[in-house]
Design a protein around this ligand. Sequence first.
Ligand SMILES: *[C@@H]1O[C@H](CO)[C@@H](O)[C@H](O)[C@H]1NC(C)=O
Ligand SMILES: *[C@@H]1O[C@H](CO)[C@@H](O)[C@H](O)[C@H]1NC(C)=O
Ligand SMILES: *[C@@H]1O[C@H](CO)[C@@H](O)[C@H](O)[C@H]1NC(C)=O
Ligand SMILES: *[C@@H]1O[C@H](CO)[C@@H](O)[C@H](O)[C@H]1NC(C)=O
Ligand SMILES: *[C@@H]1O[C@H](CO)[C@@H](O)[C@H](O)[C@H]1NC(C)=O
Ligand SMILES: *[C@@H]1O[C@H](CO)[C@@H](O)[C@H](O)[C@H]1NC(C)=O
Ligand SMILES: [Zn+2]
Length: 613
Amino acid sequence: MHFELHRSLAIFLGFFLNKSLVKSDPQQLDPCTNFYKAACGNWSTIHAGDPYQNYLDQLDYNYHEKLAALLEIEKKDEDEPGFQQLLRDYYTSCRQPLTKDMALRTLERLIYIPILGYEELIVGLIAAFRYQPLVEIKSSSDMFLFWMLLITREDEWNANETNRELMSRQDFDLLWEDMPKMRHIQLNKESIWTEVSGLERQMQSYWDTNDKNDVQAPPTFWMLPWPQEPYYASVIYLANLLAHTSHRVLLIYIYLRLKMIQGPRTTDSSWLIMQRVECAEQCRQFLTHPAVWLIERNHPRLKEESVLQGIFNELKQRFGQKLRANRNNFSRQTQQFLLSKLERMTLRLSVLPRKCSNETLERRINRHYRDVRLNSSDYFGNLWTGLKHSSVQKRRVNRLLLVTHLPSKHSLLPVIAHQFGTYASPFYIVNHNMLIVPLSLLGPPLYIPDQKQILTYSSLGFILGHELTHGFDPEAVIFNSRGTISSTMSRQLKRNPRFQQELSCLNQKFGGNKRDEKFADLNGLELAYSAYFDTAQTDGQRDRNGSGSIAQRQQFFLNFAQFFCSSSDLGEDSREHGSDRQRVNDAVLNFEPFLEAFGCPSSHNPKKQCRLF
Ligand SMILES: *[C@@H]1O[C@H](CO)[C@@H](O)[C@H](O)[C@H]1NC(C)=O
Ligand SMILES: *[C@@H]1O[C@H](CO)[C@@H](O)[C@H](O)[C@H]1NC(C)=O
Ligand SMILES: *[C@@H]1O[C@H](CO)[C@@H](O)[C@H](O)[C@H]1NC(C)=O
Ligand SMILES: *[C@@H]1O[C@H](CO)[C@@H](O)[C@H](O)[C@H]1NC(C)=O
Ligand SMILES: *[C@@H]1O[C@H](CO)[C@@H](O)[C@H](O)[C@H]1NC(C)=O
Ligand SMILES: *[C@@H]1O[C@H](CO)[C@@H](O)[C@H](O)[C@H]1NC(C)=O
Ligand SMILES: [Zn+2]
């Protein structure tokens, strides 16, 4: 129910999937054929040197810049809340040069953990492979994807760090001697040897390693006896093999291999140097409430809050009108159900509660993080603590979602790394019938205080409309205003011929996976457009002339589309939303006012526009 899949994973995955595809798209600048291209044109050229890939990314980047700057200020306030120290410790540990020795010590600790979960594996792999995107892996079920990312990564790589030979028994014996032993877990040397050497032989069997020439072409990395040109199939086999190997065997294996490698980069202190924005980003992911607290304290945004609540209420009114028109000829009871859900839907900005005193807020945050212990000189250890705390919160969120009563709107919202609240993307949370929008969404270039309303409605208005619509998408519509599933509603909808007809129209057009998102896009655009241009309830509120000139209407659509411009026009970057290009084009080409505004010939007008309500 989120606005966009978190960027890096999506981008890396999209990149991988598209590597083998030939881009044959001709330059299409006709707005009626490819509006995305017409609106975004040169975005990727203009932003080629920038460290972000799209608007949401840019908003997050700016946010993390600010956070980093705040964390670099010397502590002045003696009685700053305790949780601020957590932020500082994390940031400090992250900013120190990380050495190979630290990576090895971390692996030694992990190898002996009695129960090795995916958090431990991720920490071990990040330490060994210096690959931050792995932080985004959310569960062990993503393990295959995780290995695909690692295996296919393309970055600076030193051929001298790549193993070409299988590990010999002699090497193994020496390394094993050297490995610190723990009394509480006995590792069986012979069975580890069997597993490790078996794993290597298996990996090697996926390709022919006869070619011993210098490996020129990435992807590659040091752990494996790598081929020159990995085939797609062998990469899949390999990722699959690694995803099904025991965590302990993997950690021991990469530990031994890490000790074996030689090379200039492996001896000095530059094993891993984290950038300030990366460090601030992780602070926000793992210590979300303290980070948000610090930013909100220094960059108050209360003024924007009322702007957003205002637009949200307008969108609700528009959707209410639509529901009242009752195109589906729903029964009174069904109408009541939908209208009450809409009425009770709330918009919450920020993961911090609003109406509580500074003291109460500080106490709550401190309590939330009371079990988190960080060490300002142990980055990998902190990363591990952060991931574990994130998992604890995830279980808590899942529990919260199971309970049928609403938690207080004014409580601290538990967050999970890479989910709501930890980056700029808004979410609709079905079980709370609530939109959550991080205040970080309200920044340039998306939003500048006092900007023209047409810019606000066409971007933020659309985004809120999209999320609001999720409350009524085919999957979520059967949950009532308190987030409980209603079997009555489910039956009503199944019996309603028009609703079913429109539903199969959506299914046919977009397929089951994308249906909900496409519906949210179509309806969100319609709501935002109507909120801005329809005069019925908003006379005198808009800075516009008459009923909106053609130029204004075109501007509305252009600004809407430009929110989606990105450097990665990569086809499928998300299973639910489709590519940005497809998203924009699907939304506008299914919307009559767009076709009128750009004078698109009627042949582009799809025979049937699917409208659930
Ligand atoms: C895009 O930008 C590049 C470099 O600035 C320029 O050469 C090219 O003509 C531009 N293309 C369009 C379609 O504007
Ligand atoms: C790799 O090792 C060779 C021989 O030891 C050395 O000449 C070369 O500079 C190294 N290459 C890199 C990139 O470190
Ligand atoms: C709407 O439903 C009512 C019964 O619930 C029915 O009598 C009426 O004919 C329906 N109207 C249309 C236009 O289908
Ligand atoms: C909370 O703290 C901030 C910053 O110190 C201060 O500006 C604000 O007035 C305080 N609010 C209350 C209700 O005490
Ligand atoms: C913090 O980490 C360092 C380096 O890993 C370690 O030497 C030290 O004992 C740790 N401190 C605490 C309190 O755990
Ligand atoms: C309204 O129309 C006037 C005169 O045509 C024009 O100068 C002004 O810019 C228009 N306002 C907006 C918001 O488009
Ligand atoms: Zn969505």
